[in-house]
Design a protein. Structure first.
Length: 139
């Protein structure tokens, strides 16, 4: 579940210039895994869930930004295998977490989010908004 705290932490870690592929590679290297090892771990978990495989050559192309990020389900498995923040990886891939997408079905939630985005808030202004939300919800 996405929380205000996890979102703020994720936003703080992400670099404006960082690509999904570069972050994935950094996470893999931090775990001291080869591309083949990571692909095998992802394949093992994916086959348990939906029967899909994940080839290391495909991983190489993703890490080198020659292919777009994989599906949301594959990103969730990658995050799980790498002990990474799935929200961060989904954001870098330009995808919304399922719980966020579900909330945006609410017209008021869409209006709130779109209003904030349209104002091109700075990171500091996002922090202020998060603090105000915490005050409203009693966190």
């Amino acid at each position: 579940m996405l929380t205000i705290n996890s979102t703020a932490t994720t936003i703080g870690r992400m670099s404006k210039d960082q690509t999904f592929g570069a972050r994935l590679k950094a996470l893999r290297l931090a775990k001291q895994l080869s591309q083949r090892e990571l692909a095998e771990k992802v394949t093992q978990r994916s086959k348990e869930q939906d029967g899909r495989g994940f080839d290391f050559t495909y991983l190489s192309k993703i890490e080198n930004d020659r292919m777009p990020p994989p599906s949301q389900q594959a990103i969730l498995v990658l995050a799980e295998v790498l002990d990474a923040d799935s929200d961060e990886l989904l954001a870098l891939a330009g995808k919304a977490p399922a719980d966020v997408g579900k909330q945006l079905q609410n017209e008021k939630a869409r209006l709130f989010f779109r209003s904030a985005v349209d104002r091109k808030l700075t990171p500091e202004q996002w922090d202020q908004l998060i603090k105000k939300l915490k005050g409203i919800t009693g966190e």
